[in-house]
Design a binder for this molecule. Structure first.
Ligand code: FEO
Length: 398
């Protein structure tokens, strides 16, 4: 695909409308994704990033038709993850002497993937510039661990475009590649889902890097990320990131459970009724972790001020969908959120301790008592206790 962004900048990436999982089968992508690549032109031409394996042929074919690969003077690799770097191998086969501009860590990643020691690497650091002639210049800004050690951004001052790599991206596609032409609520959901599932573990770095970029007083008119739509209102997404990286929470409590014979499900419902009775303002979401997309649950946990996690005791542990979800949540390194556990048990009252201990390790502040366990199938009195537990939890979360 080729799309003019400005007189000097063209979009040459690929759109994957049908992709439903990313990072293997790890992250759901219900709105597909894009692999963004750009050309920037002065008297010389730089190609920024490439695309993934499944679009290699289309990418090369489109590039040959639009600019002719022989006319590319510089290859800029903002990030060496294969979704952006796989087709670098194809480009280098066609033009083996092409100078590659990237960070020192990217050299390691690229050599690790391609095992080619002979490519013409040019290591850059924050503040280094690549002169393309005719007033066109790219300035590099390293962003290590957002979300790989090798990453950097490139700022194109002439047109005020920040090529941001993964940060500020979304797994979202549209025939309109600009944020002012798409459904903003849909786009924002995909942006926060992307943040919660990919960027959130590095929120401290996001905070520092945004401060560093803002201190440079760049006149950013557009943010062109590595996935999804180009932001035509950079302040909008920068402000969102500033909120999301700062122990973000909405007035939302999310209840997540798995169940075998509905006992834990009944407890979840009774707790929910208690929360509703105590707090008329708080939003509540309830998910069965065995039947709900994990990436969507992680997104709601990221938005929540508190979560309740339920499972029956099962084989001296808890059900695997809950255990797996807790592991995912731990990976996001969330801060400033509250939690409690619940669930039924038969002969081994172990579930609450297992869930609570895990939530504590995951960084949640635990309610006291840390959970409510009901033996076998809850009766009326048990459900009253669960209702009260919900009320007390809601009050504690206010
Ligand atoms: Fe989209 Fe970290 O690669």
């Amino acid at each position: 695909m080729s799309l003019k962004i400005t007189d000097n900048v063209n979009y040459v990436g690929q759109i994957d409308w049908t992709l439903r999982f990313f990072h293997g089968e790890q992250l759901s992508t219900k709105n597909g994704t894009t692999y963004n690549s750009y050309t920037v032109k002065g008297t010389k031409i730089a190609l920024i990033d490439t695309v993934c394996q499944s679009f290699a042929d289309e990418f090369i074919c489109d590039l040959e038709q639009t600019i002719n690969i022989n006319n590319i003077d510089y290859m800029v690799v903002l990030h060496a993850e294969p979704d952006h770097c796989y087709t670098l191998g194809h480009i280098m086969k066609l033009k083996p002497d092409l100078p590659i501009y990237c960070t020192a860590n990217a050299v390691k990643s690229i050599k690790g993937y391609f095992h080619n020691e002979n490519w013409n690497f040019n290591v850059v650091k924050t503040g280094d510039k690549l002169d393309l002639g005719n007033g066109s210049e790219l300035t590099f800004i390293e962003i290590p661990m957002l979300h790989w050690p090798d990453q950097m951004m490139a700022y194109y001052e002439k047109d005020g475009i920040l090529f941001s790599s993964d940060p500020f991206g979304e797994h979202y596609c549209s025939e309109f590649m600009f944020s002012n032409k798409v459904d903003l609520s849909e786009l924002e959901y995909e942006a926060i889902k992307y943040y919660a599932n990919i960027v959130a573990p590095y929120s401290n770095i996001v905070k520092k890097k945004i401060a560093e970029i803002l201190a440079l007083n760049l006149k950013i008119k557009m943010i062109a990320p590595a996935h999804g739509i180009i932001w035509t209102d950079p302040e909008y997404i920068i402000n969102k990131y500033l909120q999301w990286c700062n122990s973000y929470k909405e007035n939302l409590i999310t209840i997540i459970f798995d169940t075998m014979y509905k006992s834990t499900h009944k407890i979840a419902k009774a707790i929910k009724e208690g929360i509703v009775a105590q707090d008329k303002e708080v939003k509540i979401k309830i998910f069965n972790s065995a039947t709900t997309d994990v990436s969507d649950i992680v997104t709601e946990v990221f938005r929540s001020k508190a979560i309740l996690v339920g499972s029956p005791t099962y084989n001296s542990g808890i059900l695997y969908s809950v255990a797996g979800l807790l592991d995912e949540i731990r990976g996001s390194r969330l801060t400033g959120k509250k939690a409690a556990a619940f669930g039924s048990f038969g002969w081994a009252n172990m579930n609450i301790k297992i869930i609570s201990d895990t939530l504590k390790i995951d960084g949640f502040e635990l309610f006291e008592p840390s959970g409510i366990a009901i033996n076998w199938n809850p009766n009326k009195d048990n459900l009253k206790d669960c209702h009260q537990f919900g009320k007390d939890f809601a009050e504690w979360c206010k």
